[in-house]
Design a protein around this ligand. Sequence first.
Ligand code: SF4
Ligand code: SF4
Length: 760
Amino acid sequence: MEPSLALRAGVGIVIILVAAFFAAKRGLFLTNLIRSGQPAVGRTSEPATRLEAEATEVLGQRKLLKWTVPGIAHVFVFGGFLILGLTVVEAVVELFIHGFSFPFIGTWPVIRFLEDLFILLVFIGIVIFLIIRLRNKPSDKGRWSRFYGSHTSGAWLVLVMILLVIATLTLYRGAKINLAEYAGDPEAAGMTGGFVSIAASKVLAPLGATANAWLETIGLWLHVGVILGFLLIVLNSKHLHIFTAPINVGTSRRPNALGPLLPMYSDGERLDLEDPADDATYGVGRVEDFTWKGLLDMATCTECGRCQSQCPAWNTEKPLSPKLMMMNLRDHAFTKAPYVMAAQKANDGKNPEFGDVNEEVLARMSDKVQAEVARELVGPRDFDPLRETDGYDASGHRSHEGPVIDTDALWSCTTCGACVNQCPVDIEHIDHFVDMRRHQVMIQTEFPTELNGLFKNLENKGNPWGMNANLRNAWIEEVDFPVRVFGADGEDKIPDDVEYLFWVGCAGAYEDRAKATTKAVAELLYTAGVEFMVLGDGETCTGDAARRAGNEPLFYMQAVQNVEVLNEVGAKKIVVTCPHCMNTLGREYPEFGGNYEVVHYSQLLHSLVYENRLVPVNRVDDTVTYHDPCYLGRHNQVYTPPRVLLESLPGANLVEMERSGEKSFCCGAGGARMWMEETLGTRVNQNRADEAIGTGAGKVAVACPFCSVMLNDGVTVRKQEGAAQDVEVVDLAALMLESVRTPGSPTDGAGSGDPEPAQA
Ligand code: SF4
Ligand code: SF4
């Protein structure tokens, strides 16, 4: 006896209704959860760039393909989801209409061929994923596996489910071909071109007509059942990204969440730091303070571990993994959600402070939710760097006790941007970490004690070193060529003949090695005939470190003051030596009304060499490796000019470190880490210095005063240990000057008084 259409449809309806009920319930929960977040500003502006992101990142899989093998495997599976979408609809309708296929295209051999091609490619993709997971098992590699702490069993289940999707599809289509064959009308199956299905039919043919009839129906039930089961698994796991990633990418910061930090918002309005509202929120102190985009980020994390694998903190055995941070926040948000949503409902949609209403609401919640509500968002967790990482034991199992985010993890971030750059679904880690730091600093006054010195020096002296402002011009006395200082001749505006305002920066004025760079850049500009002027004691710190340390009011104070001065003097074009100054002046000050064209000195020198206004002639005759500063490279996309400059030096042989360009490894100083002790794990600067030394280069070129300090220190340690000898850390400008300065040049015999590059 063969299965009737009524039986086939009846079972089909039951499967669909059960799955639809649970899927709708979960979908509603997720939608309400994301909607419970605070307003996020500007997430639909620039629709053209958002469409482009959808085209390149979602459809084109651009970021996934940065990792070739897993990227290609993902393209196969993703392509399968798109192409095989047709077969899913067909299968559901076939439960009710025997032999259904889409009109016109459904039986087109090209479509059938494509569908079956993707059955094959999805299979290959899944095999690649299986191999990758087997070779990167957290149980074998511990924290060095990018899947450490991820839900690995869930991932295995999903891989098996995808295999079952294509297996059941092939089964029912193979049997369907045979049924048409037995009926004497092979074309009726409409499977011409479906080479995988045809091959399956050949295997099933000997079983006979009745068996194939049952196989077609059972295969169809299984296929629809597996797909619906898969849907429920997706909605309840990290594979939720299948639905949320396109939305997350489409609403992410454009062009990316690097460079400028976001200002502080409270309830969707820019926080007025001079006159804040009584009920203003300051940063993120509870998970419900995140915006809906923050919650969407959490829901979208695929747990792929690409961010973790690149993170300098994680790679030097700190408790910070950007992936685990997102996962911890997600687990917390999801568990606490019933309370947050109920409390908001009882308070007209607003996040209530803890009070009578909340206590009432809380009393109705389960023990699990109540325990989650009681957890602090940020606080010290028990942490043993040798055994545990932020509540994860050696095999990656998590503890849900104690604060959600470990204090040490939060303060380990250098804001290097590697995580944001790598994340295939555009998660904005740095924004979230800085928002949590803001709350810790401004409300809890809980931050590493070393930052007290930084904050005090910035407040009192306008620079992190606490030096006197009148020493900002000290470097000028050490050079023997004229340097124009604003106001020295009584001017109240930058004169028209001045092309660039040279923003010296605090390091460039006070720190010895950075001072050498300042002098070298000034001499190169003078040699090339570029008219420039400095502000002298009119400069004050840009506030980069204060902002990244979460002290937004201090940053605000610095920014307002600097913008006022710069606008007053009529600054238009600014050249800097420090990438942090470049980022702040050029990309953060526009929000304060400061709009300037800001270039890093490597960009300006690059133009001057191109225009033959600077000609490197002296031979360098050495191998040089270049360390990309995070705030020049990843945050501001300046990768080429420093390399072109190095290649222009006669005799210089440029070799790249393995982690270079957008994959460059941080020096350890960003995110205000320059001003904090590094007591956990190994040292970031040492890790990078070892990599640079490992290239065999005689010179390690840097283009940032903080990188210079960090790498010099790292190389010095290895020299003292006897592990490195003939290697020196040199600033790009010093190298250029060495090669440009000739007996005939304007500063010959005089110059900066420091023609040698900074020595390690
Ligand atoms: S910004 Fe850098 S240090 Fe911070 S979490 Fe991301 S990768 Fe790690
Ligand atoms: S790279 Fe993005 S998606 Fe992958 S684990 Fe990190 S945060 Fe999650």
